[in-house]
Design a protein around this ligand. Structure first.
Ligand code: RB5
Length: 150
């Protein structure tokens, strides 16, 4: 499995910490920036990482900003992206199992590095359950399609 990871300045340190963890658990990643604490705009970095999910280069993207909210809002504007803001392992588990989320966002000012690792591990190891949940994902896709013409 290969994943993309990106952050703005507010998420930079958590991104670096999660990169080390991904190395430890041998998950390959593409770092889509940012590369310092210099102020930048989170939509630019959400877009870069989610593009890799859209084109199939990676399975998932991990996006980190101060709250995780700006990254999540941006990611969910992109076709085929189902992004979930997670601050706990329960949400990380069920957003994979029930929502087939392909992007996880976290707030570096909300969760510490230890909890963020547990959240990410839970997200990466949980499969989509399918069944009735697949029908609901289909409905999300229908809404996305209909709204793209508005
Ligand atoms: C940047 O200060 C902050 O607004 C950003 O990291 C994020 O929290 C936005 O949602």
């Amino acid at each position: 499995m290969k994943i993309a990871i990106s952050s703005d300045h507010g998420g930079y340190f958590l991104k670096e910490s999660l990169k080390k963890h991904l190395g430890d658990i041998q998950v390959e990643y593409i770092d889509c920036g940012t590369d310092s604490e210099t102020s930048c705009d989170y939509p630019d970095f959400a877009y870069k990482a989610c593009k890799l999910v859209q084109n199939g280069e990676v399975t998932y993207a991990v996006l980190i900003c101060g709250t995780g909210i700006g990254m999540c809002i941006t990611a969910n504007k992109m076709k085929g992206i189902r992004a979930a803001l997670c601050s706990d392992t329960f949400s990380a588990h069920f957003t994979r199992a029930h929502n087939d989320a392909n992007v996880i966002t976290m707030g570096a000012r909300v969760v510490g590095p230890g909890l963020a690792e547990f959240i990410l591990d839970e997200f990466l190891k949980t499969p989509f359950e399918g069944g009735r949940h697949a029908r609901r994902i289909g409905k999300i896709a229908e809404i996305e399609k209909a709204e793209s013409h508005v």
